[in-house]
Design a protein around this ligand. Sequence first.
Ligand code: CIR
Length: 260
Amino acid sequence: MTDPTIEFTRAITRRPGQSITEGLRAQDTGTPDLSRMLDAHAHYVATLKQTGAEVIELPPLEAYPDAVFVEDTALCLPQGAVLMRPGAPSRMGEVAAMAPTIREVYDDVREIRGPGHIEGGDILVTGKEILVGRSDRTDADGVAELTRVVADWEHKVREVVTPPGVLHFKTDCSLLDANTILSTKRLDASGCFDGYRVLHVADGEEAAANSIRFNQFVLAPAGFPRTVEMLRAQGYDVVEIDNADCAKLDGGMSCLSLRL
Ligand code: CIR
C-alpha cells in the first residue's frame, strides 16, 4: 500500500530568475543572492531525484519574482489537481503559467474561480483530511470554493487559522507521515492538530517547521540543529538544505515544489 501523503513519483519545481530580488517579503532582511539560491535549489532538486522521483524542472519566469515558490499555484491530489487563486495580486499570473504543466500530468484539473483567494502554502493534506489555514492570502470564500471543488473526490476540508503574522499555514507546520505533524508550539496551541501525533520544533527554531516529507527523506532548512536531532531520534532521514536566501522572501522547503 502506498501512502499518497508522503510517497510521490513526481515533483514540479521552477528555477529562480534574476527578478527574485523583487520577491515579496514581510520584512526586509537583505537582498537574496541568486547564485547562492540556485545552488541551494539544485541541492533541493537533486534530493527529490535521489528518492527515485521524476522532477519536472521549469525555467525561470522573470515577470513573476516569486514564481520559484510553485507550491502556491496548485493543489495536487491523487484524483486530480486544483489551480489556486493567490491572494497576492503580483502572484496571480503564476497560475496561468503553471496550468499547462498541471494539465500535462493530470486528466482532471479544476480551478478556483473566485471571488475568493487561496494559496497552496495554506493547505496541508493529511491522511484523513485537508486542513486549510485562513491567512492574509487565503480567505473564507477561497476555502469554501475549495471545499466544493474537491467534494466529489471525497476529501474533507477543515478550515483552521494561520497564526497572525505568519505568512502561510505551512510556514508553521509540515506532515511527517499520514498522522504525524511537525509544528511550532504556537500553531499547535490553537488545537488544530487534536487527534494527530504532533512533534514540536525546538524553541527558537520555528522556521524549521516548514520542512517536507518526500518519500524516504525529510527535507529541512539548514541551521536548526536541535529540531534535526529530534527528528533523527524519531527515526526520520533528514537532509538539510540551505534556505538562507529563500527565507529572506518568507519561503521554505514546501514552497519550492508541487509533489504528486
Ligand atoms: C510570497 O510572499 O508569496 C513569497 N515571497 C513566499 C511564498 C512562500 N510560499 C509558501 O510558503 N508556500
